[in-house]
Design a binder for this molecule. Structure first.
Ligand code: EPZ
Length: 422
């Protein structure tokens, strides 16, 4: 759709003003999948108009759901007419999160066929933990011809220990266990805020889930789930991206519609590099420093430093005073942006999962490509402080996770626009 478009950024002064954060991509996608567990209408509010949301809408419609998405960000999903239990490759290959329909379909129909998610720039991203969880609940799993088939006479609650606190596996297993017989105890579970939001959504439909947000989640299976209305939590990664925009331009931005505890790891690092951070009830003010200090970052599952903010901080550290060390522990190949930043004059050395970033006073605009969603955001941030023009291609990656980021930034004073590539 927008492969022909690109984003052009020119050096911009300190960004100033207010920006409102949208609902969270990584929360709304599992919540949309969870509507398949319900044979009544679910109303979801503050749904962002993102590329990934439209892909999930297509998938729900393909499975038979009635879906209405209104201008004001309210999504109505009527699951009563869902009559299909297989998710085709054409849709799943567009977005890995489509794989999150497997748990709900298995719980509802006791059988499902979902295409394996395709490759991804940031890592191999296997699904073994999802499948082990479904097998523990009593499903027979067959992986063949690029698809996963799961069948069960019934799903029965079980104690499951995750080898790694995977966000997706935690979400998929919670959804399957919500309608299982008996109780499931999920240990070493992911603790991300999006897991809590999914559990709150399911509990508002009549599920019995306790402990979401901790590493042990208990799911007592129930007969059925009913209609509900739910507002999605704000997007902590979009919020973090704008907080870094204030830091890198030496600006002063009020970021509205956030939950403070969700951005704590990012706020702590920004304080460390010299920002002044002021907290408000539903917002945070970030005033960037005159000179940015270097720091050390190690990405970890929540509540550690989020991997989805690593690229944005690499752009920030590229113009810091001194040398920074960034270690990526969650994904094995999430430094693709380093090569593109180096084209803009950044000095970055990659050794396995560690990047050594030597801050340089000046970056220079160049033609670069977004290699994945957060890499794209990092290139925009670097473009805001680079001499000349930065032309960013492959922006479909960026649109997967940011609603018109160029409009929001230009309202803060950035020299940025989207143009049609010749
Ligand atoms: C979610 O992906 C997010 N996506 C990602 O955000 C985010 O980076 C990631 O969690 C970590 O926070 C959505 O919520 C839609 P994982 P997910 O399962 O669920 C390994 C963005 O930029 N693993 O927690 O796919 C896996 O390979 C995106 O918005 C297994 O080995 O992440 C990875 O190394 C990018 N086996 C690690 O765990 C499995 O079965 C974390 O993956 C599952 C995962």
């Amino acid at each position: 759709m927008n492969k022909q478009h690109c984003i052009v950024v020119r050096k911009s002064g300190p960004l100033e003003g207010r920006v409102r954060i949208d609902g969270a991509k990584n929360s709304v996608l599992p919540i949309m999948a969870a509507t398949l567990l319900c044979e009544q209408e679910c109303i979801i509010e503050d749904v962002p108009k993102l590329r990934d949301v439209y892909v999930m809408i297509d998938l729900l419609k393909t499975l038979g759901a009635g879906v209405e998405f209104s201008e004001d960000g309210v999504l109505r999903v009527d699951g009563s007419k869902v009559d299909k239990w297989s998710a085709p490759y054409e849709l799943v290959r567009k977005m890995r999160a489509s794989f999150l329909v497997l748990g709900p379909l298995l719980a509802r129909f006791k059988r499902t066929m979902v295409s394996m998610p395709g490759g991804c720039a940031i890592g191999t991203r296997p699904i073994d933990l999802h499948l082990k969880g479904f097998e523990a609940l009593g499903a027979k799993i067959n992986v063949e011809h690029g698809s996963v088939e799961a069948v069960a006479n019934e799903l029965v609650g079980e104690r499951i220990y995750l080898d790694f606190p995977s966000v997706g596996a935690t979400e998929n297993i919670i959804m399957a266990a919500s309608l299982a017989k008996g109780t499931t105890v999920l240990e070493n579970a992911a603790e991300e805020p999006e897991i809590v939001d999914l559990a709150n959504f399911l509990n508002s439909m009549g599920a019995d889930i306790k402990g979401a947000g901790t590493n042990t989640i208990t799911i007592k299976g129930v007969e059925r789930l009913g209609a509900t209305t739910h507002r999605v939590i704000p997007d902590r990664i979009e919020a973090g991206t704008f907080m870094v925009a204030a830091a890198i331009t030496g600006g002063d931005i009020m970021v509205d519609n956030i939950m403070l505890e969700h951005v704590k790891p990012v706020a702590a690092k920004l304080r460390e590099i010299g920002c002044t951070i002021t907290e408000f009830e539903n917002g945070i003010r970030v005033q960037g420093p005159d000179s940015i200090s270097n720091t050390t970052i190690k990405t970890l599952p929540h509540p550690g430093f989020p991997t989805d903010m690593q690229a944005q901080f690499m752009a920030l550290m590229s113009v810091a005073n001194g040398t920074s060390v960034i270690t990526e522990t969650v994904f094995e190949n999430r430094f693709m942006h380093a090569t593109e930043l180096a084209r803009m004059g950044a000095e970055i050395k990659i050794e396995g999962r560690t990047a050594v970033v030597r801050g340089t006073p000046k970056l220079a605009g160049a033609k670069v490509d977004a290699t994945d969603l957060r890499a794209g955001a990092a290139l925009i941030l670097a473009g805001l402080v680079s001499e000349g023009e930065t032309v960013i291609g492959q922006i479909h990656h960026i649109e997967r996770g940011y609603v018109h980021i160029e409009n929001k930034l230009s309202q803060l004073g950035a020299d940025i626009r989207r143009i049609q590539q010749i």
